[in-house]
Design a protein around this ligand. Structure first.
Ligand SMILES: CC(C)(COP(=O)(O)OP(=O)(O)OC[C@H]1O[C@@H](n2cnc3c(N)ncnc32)[C@H](O)[C@@H]1OP(=O)(O)O)[C@@H](O)C(=O)NCCC(=O)NCCS
Length: 198
């Protein structure tokens, strides 16, 4: 399978993050957050993300819209993983790529344990988690996953550095494409206006 560029997000991506979460259907919000959040609660969640403490990763499409987002909430030596992929883009490895990137981030930042909370019906995330070696315990309709992480080695650090460069390069190319397209559209609009005025 082709590698999926996974970009670390910053506050610059807040508008795209808001659009991503607002595009999730109610049932996906229930699977992601354990309950259906109102629009106001979703926006408050996004605005409260602490980019200095936590890490947020995304996979973007050709228009720089976020197809998938992972939020790694850092709590000392442990971190909680949460992820969402837009419905039309599932089953292509985006969720797994985000999980792997979060696990590598955690290893290179001295985090010893990754955990995840989900509903027991959520087969897709449990499949990703178990494949990554996570212990998943089911109880009363809910599931708790935990993964002990080995400390990073030089190969992990270099691998992370390379995949970050790849993701930045991919984002830069897509940004140029979006800018070029907007300029073409603006020129075409201006030409149309002039033609109508003549
Ligand atoms: C969970 C989620 C992030 C997975 O994203 P994705 O991009 O489809 O993930 P991947 O393509 O990497 O892998 C999905 C895996 O689930 C499997 N899967 C999908 N539907 C399944 C089902 N009903 N039963 C069992 N496995 C299923 C796929 O076969 C795949 O496994 P494989 O690679 O071994 O074939 C996505 O479904 C989602 O956003 N769900 C709503 C939010 C959510 O549940 N978040 C997780 C809680 S934190």
């Amino acid at each position: 399978m082709k590698p999926i560029p996974v970009l670390q997000l910053t506050r610059v991506h807040l508008p795209a993050l808001r659009r991503h979460f607002l595009a999730l259907p109610p049932d996906d919000l229930r699977l992601r957050f354990g309950r259906i959040l109102s629009e106001a609660a979703l926006l408050a969640y996004v605005d409260a993300i602490d980019f200095g403490r936590d890490a947020v990763f995304g996979v973007v499409d050709e228009d720089l819209e976020l197809l998938g987002v992972a939020h790694l909430g850092v709590l000392g030596e442990a971190a909680e993983f949460g992820v969402s992929v837009l419905p039309g883009h599932r089953g292509r490895g985006i969720g797994s790529a985000l999980f792997e990137r979060c696990a590598t981030y955690a290893r290179t930042h001295g985090i010893a344990r990754l955990f995840m909370h989900c509903l027991a019906e959520n087969q897709s995330i449990m499949r990703i988690a178990r494949r990554a070696g996570m212990d998943v315990v089911l109880q009363a309709g809910e599931a708790e996953g935990q993964l002990e992480l080995s400390p990073s080695d030089p190969a992990t650090v270099v691998g992370q550095w390379m995949s970050d460069r790849l993701a930045l390069f991919d984002y830069a190319l897509k940004s140029q494409w979006v800018a070029a397209r907007r300029m073409t559209e603006a020129v075409a609009d201006a030409a149309g206006i002039r033609k109508r005025a003549d």
